[in-house]
Design a protein around this ligand. Structure first.
Ligand code: FAD
Length: 463
């Protein structure tokens, strides 16, 4: 058996000095992802510079049967990039940069560790929009976004990361480089191999480069905050806006009463624009090219919703500051999270029609099982996503709370992960959303691409 010392020596020789970290040289950022759970130091961190170097690392690890964990920006919330005992971490951090922005084909070719925000800014400077957007934009990487099929704030209009990837290059567990850098929207020449690496959380290959879709820049943003009588009205509002805003609706963020008021009561600088409390609030955003016309169209749609009794009240943002103040309420989850610890953050999805019965069941079972429970719900309901921030104030209740939520999710034809992924933290719950045959096919794919099981092992697919 090859010793870890022998692997380190060989990789140092192949990659050069300073590229393999061991012992105290390994920074804490390599110990755990943003979930903060089960931190563990890898025994070494390897930092390749190029696809060729990464292929060399993987060939060596494959030959030695060495388990490897892939690390991007470490903002993942599923534990996937957190090392497990005995794993070697491959940090993608040196493989960052934009290779090309092609104006004619409206594509960007980027290296895997490029931060999302860097791409957004480069696209904007070239007169384009890269529409994936999420709170971790400054730290998360394009490779991580592809591996987790990230969602975020604008899915209702532009889709998830999967919809934005035209082609990619990946290194397989045995070091084989598969280059599938397609630039065309239409390409039915055989299997669409890139899909093997999108949303599979680094279990089937390591993404090294990608060709991504760009869109025309949309300089005007208009936002409104609406107060509603309940969930049924939120669904009616979504339908009314989709019909009346000619495809410009880019965000539809629903916030249930308890979430909204937990934020405005606790987060400095946030306040409700309404005098009274309401059962439901929705933050709407449209993006377009003509600010005055966009605002007029949004106001007309809201007037219709008021006249029809779909909404009770609405506040339209008249400045960038006001627009940001509405988003501060939606994004206030980051500020209330420390106040609610120990807190569980659920990220589930289901058909919209199932949401009321799901939420009623969960609240009923929480009330029956615990003396004191807070359940703060918000979500991008237009793309079927619900987030639940749940706490009883007791660490010991976490397992039972998870069982209630994920069992109810399965019973409502939902997914135990809408956008954050399965990683290690939700692996035990995958069966609530996937059939035995689906999970068996996942195992067959894993075995075919990684027969020794060395790449991101013990993640996503249950044993
Ligand atoms: P990491 O955390 O480093 O890794 C995530 C997974 O991908 C791991 O399994 C890792 O092994 C694998 N991986 C990383 N790089 C590669 C690669 N090059 N090739 C193959 N596998 C790789 N997610 C959403 O979907 N929507 C949101 O709205 C959202 N908001 C967030 C807000 C905040 C404040 C935070 C902290 C996180 C949020 N996330 C959200 C989760 C997270 O940002 C995304 O999952 C992101 O895509 C992870 O990218 P990363 O580079 O940090 O990946």
């Amino acid at each position: 058996m090859t010793t870890t010392t022998a692997i380190v020596t060989e990789l140092e020789q192949a990659l050069g000095p300073g590229r393999v970290l061991t012992g105290d040289a390994i920074g804490a950022k390599h110990h755990v992802d943003f979930s903060g759970e089960h931190a563990c130091a890898p025994w070494a961190v390897v930092r390749p510079d190029s696809t060729e170097e990464l292929a060399t690392v993987m060939k060596r690890c494959h030959a030695a049967g060495q388990h490897v964990v892939i690390q991007g920006g470490m903002t993942g919330l599923a534990g996937g990039a957190t090392p497990q005992p005995g794993e070697l971490a491959v940090s993608m951090e040196r493989m960052s940069g934009i290779e090309e922005i092609d104006s004619a084909s409206m594509t960007a070719t980027v290296l895997a560790a490029t931060p999302l925000q860097t791409l957004q800014e480069a696209a904007a400077a070239a007169g384009f929009l890269f529409p994936l957007d999420l709170g971790a934009r400054g730290s998360c990487t394009i490779g991580g976004n592809i591996a987790t099929n990230a969602g975020g704030n604008q899915v209702i209009r532009f889709g998830m990361m999967r919809n934005l990837v035209l082609g990619l290059e990946a290194v397989l567990a045995d070091g084989t480089v598969v280059s599938s850098m397609n630039r065309m929207l239409k390409n039915n020449a055989g299997y669409d191999l890139k899909q093997l690496f999108i949303g599979t959380e680094g279990t089937l290959g390591i993404v090294t480069r990608a060709v991504l879709r760009l869109y025309p820049k949309l300089p005007s943003k208009t936002a409104a905050l609406c107060a509603l009588g309940g969930f049924a009205e939120a669904v009616q509002l979504l339908q009314a806006l989709q019909a009346r805003l000619a495809g410009s609706l880019s965000a539809f963020e629903a916030m249930w009463e308890s979430y909204f008021h937990c934020v405005v009561d606790n987060v400095e600088g946030t306040r409700s624009p309404f005098d009274e409390r309401h059962p439901m609030y929705v933050l709407i955003e449209t993006e377009g090219t003509d600010e005055a016309a966009d605002r007029e169209r949004l106001e007309a749609a809201l007037e219709f919703a008021l006249d029809e009794g779909i909404i009770v009240d609405a506040a339209v943002a008249h400045s960038e500051r006001e627009r940001e103040s509405f988003w501060a309420i939606r994004d206030g989850i980051a500020e209330i999270t420390p106040l609610l610890q120990p807190m569980l953050a659920f990220d589930v999805s289901m058909p919209i029609g199932q949401m009321p019965s799901f939420l009623a069941r969960v609240d009923r079972e929480f009330a029956a099982g615990f003396d004191r429970v807070q359940n703060h719900v918000f979500g991008h309901i237009g793309d079927n996503n619900l987030h639940l921030a749940v706490t009883t104030g007791r660490e010991a209740d976490i397992r039972r709370l998870s069982d209630i939520v994920y069992t109810a999710t399965g019973a409502h034809q939902g997914s135990v992960s809408a956008e954050h992924g399965i990683g290690t933290l939700r692996r035990g719950y995958l069966h609530h959303s996937r059939t035995r045959e689906e999970i068996e096919l996942m195992r067959r794919l894993k075995t075919a691409l990684d027969p020794k099981g060395i790449l991101n092992p013990n993640r996503v697919v249950p044993d």
